[in-house]
Design a protein around this ligand. Sequence first.
Ligand SMILES: [Zn+2]
Length: 310
Amino acid sequence: MLDRVDARELVDIGFRSVFVACSEDEMRWHAERAAAFIRRCRSLGLTVYAVPLGYGKVMDPDPSIESLYVREHPQNLQIDSRGRRCGKACPNNPAFLEWFSSNVRTLAWLLECDGFLWDEPSFYYSRGSWACRCQYCRRLFFAGHERELPVDLDEDVTRFRRTSLIMFLLAAVAATQAVDRGLLSLVMPSSAVSSREAGLGTDAWDSLLESSAVDGLSVYVPWQTQGGDMEAAVRSTHEAVSAAARAQQKTSLLWAGGSPHPRDKLLEVLRVADLAGVEHLVIAGYQTLMGSDAFGKFRKSLKRVLEQVS
Ligand SMILES: [Zn+2]
């Protein structure tokens, strides 16, 4: 898809940064294509973040993204509370951690981007069953709590999952920063509501922001699916995430789904975000916006609004 993206056009419209999805299976064959695109973007002054997807699926915002690692290493996958292997590698599994670190180090080296976005790192949870109860998680939990890992997802387990994901992010950042110490690390936590219900592990913004693995939080505003009050959703999400980030002298970004369709109110979202004091608003994504048939007509008004808000 990157072949279709014109970096010059992104700059002309008024964008300042780009988030490039780098899926494990695609990077296996097309990493050089992504690297060339990123070089081109950066030469035009855009800031570029790589978003690794797949890679064992600890980062798992989209279940349709494949991971060859998951297919080939069933023994390193998370085990849920019913004893089943899940389609996600365990962030506490040393063999997976080594593989993951080596892969993101290679990505950092190949892509020469400005930073990474870790998109919804999480443990498995589905309809009451949760992971992970593999031998490494059991051992780590016992060492920290002097009791067996319980079958119920209690407070200690929730905390254990959070800490495990922060340790995982620390390993990821150590790997990328071994290549370039200046590489930024942003985290997209799982959506607040679903993660609080499910105890996914990245629901506590404060503990993420306290970690040296995190330079900033990137939070999606799913206003279209939550009652549709866009203005209230943008403002309240911004207030919450920017206050949490500021308390740790870190940065925050908002994401909003965007397309030329009036239903997505993209121009209004940009204006509301600007008035609310949002510094970085990311529009997701290329396909629904610039890749859509209606973009030709929409381009002029988008460019005008971006000039007004920047
Ligand atoms: Zn485990």
